[in-house]
Design a protein around this ligand. Structure first.
Ligand SMILES: Cc1ncc(COP(=O)(O)O)c(C=O)c1O
Length: 353
């Protein structure tokens, strides 16, 4: 605390990111990164970008990247917004589109950055309780609000919501913006992107950090009606004109264009997830249905905090949340390679012996 802090900074409760350990040789299953490196075409594009041209600013509008993304989804570039990770995109979304006189709605168990943005931008919010199975009941979103945001699949539960259910939320809420945060959509969840041309109140956010193996490059984007995108651009151009640097644009364009590599790595992650779920069940875990590159798992006899600590002693890092109470016995386990799954299962088998 410093007397020089503004009032708002005194009140902030910042987001706490998952640990990025400095130790080598850990089985790192705690922040939902892709276990496979980016496409070789991405590496080549980044190497080509290491050139004299770095003395110049990048394109402030990231036109090449917007074009590559638009082409991939059959949209126009005016329906695409890009930013420094989807976290930055989301920050602009909260400020540009979700701050109104009525409260913003989001699930009570969800991405814990949402209440942080509300604190930063002074946005009033209400949380909607998930049911006993940690599912979203869309009828609960049929109430007065200033906007809605939810991840699909939800995080940290991993549970996907059917597109028909999302469509109900859009229909109930024609007067507010509905943001679907599809950070994990590439691992078997149906995307709402196909609804964008039907619902002008729909905004979908995506990231290159998960399915496209580029958490280190920091690129995310939003797709929606051009008027929503224009609002985001107004905030971006009042904040940082160049959020996408030359490497980020070149790498992300190459990643978007290498569809075959992307599909193959996602398929491998999904196959590892299926095998891991069955191995964990064999060890006495209860696992929520996952449409993501992680599973949310609870041991029927042992405490989550203790299991996470014991795994850490064996150099396996998973994520454990102490709050809310309802999830404090769960471990969020990122899907790694088959070899990492085996190391995890072997470590757990020893701990549970
Ligand atoms: C639900 C959700 N949305 C958005 C993000 C942000 O991803 P990034 O800033 O890497 O694009 C994350 C990161 O883990 C997430 O879990």
């Amino acid at each position: 605390m410093s007397k020089f802090w503004s009032d708002i900074v005194r009140e902030l409760k910042p987001y706490v990111p998952g640990e990025q350990p400095k130790m080598q040789n850990l089985v790192k299953l705690n922040t939902n990164e892709n276990p496979y490196g980016p496409s070789p075409k991405v590496i080549a594009a980044l190497q080509a970008e290491a050139a004299e041209t770095l003395r110049l600013y990048p394109d402030p509008n990231s036109d090449k990247l917007k074009e590559a993304i638009a082409q991939n989804y059959g949209l126009s570039a005016s329906q695409v917004f890009v930013g420094n990770g989807s976290d930055e995109v989301l920050a602009h979304v909260f400020q540009a589109l979700l701050k109104h006189s009525r409260p913003l709605l989001f699930p009570d168990i969800t991405y814990s950055f949402y209440p942080v943005y509300c604190g930063l931008y002074e946005i009033e919010f209400e949380t909607i309780e998930l049911n006993a199975q940690f599912e979203i009941n869309v009828d609960d979103f049929d109430r007065p609000n200033g906007g809605i945001i939810l991840p699909n699949p939800n995080a940290p539960t991993g549970i996907p919501l059917a597109l028909a259910e999302i469509e109900k939320i859009l229909k109930f809420n024609a007067e507010s913006v509905v943001v679907i945060d599809e950070a994990y959509v590439d691992f078997g969840t149906e995307s709402a992107v196909k609804l964008i041309n039907t619902y002008p109140n729909l905004l979908v956010t995506h990231t290159f950090s998960k399915g496209r193996s580029l958490a280190g490059l920091r690129v995310g984007y939003a797709l929606g009606h051009k008027d929503l995108i224009e609002g985001l651009i107004r905030v971006k151009d009042s904040f940082n004109s160049y959020p996408i640097d030359r490497f980020a644009e070149a790498g992300a364009v190459a990643a978007m264009q290498d569809k075959a590599y992307f599909e193959e790595t996602c398929k491998k992650v999904i196959a590892t997830r299926t095998a891991l779920v069955s191995d964990l069940q064999g060890l006495g875990f209860d696992i929520l249905p996952s449409g993501a590159n992680f599973v949310f798992a609870k041991h029927l006899k042992r405490e989550g905090a203790d299991l996470a600590a014991k795994l850490r002693e064996k150099n396996v890092v998973v994520r454990h949340f102490t709050k809310p109470q309802r999830v404090s016995n769960y471990l969020r386990i990122t899907i790694g390679t088959d070899v990492q799954s085996k190391l995890l299962i072997d470590a757990l088998a020893e701990i549970l012996k």
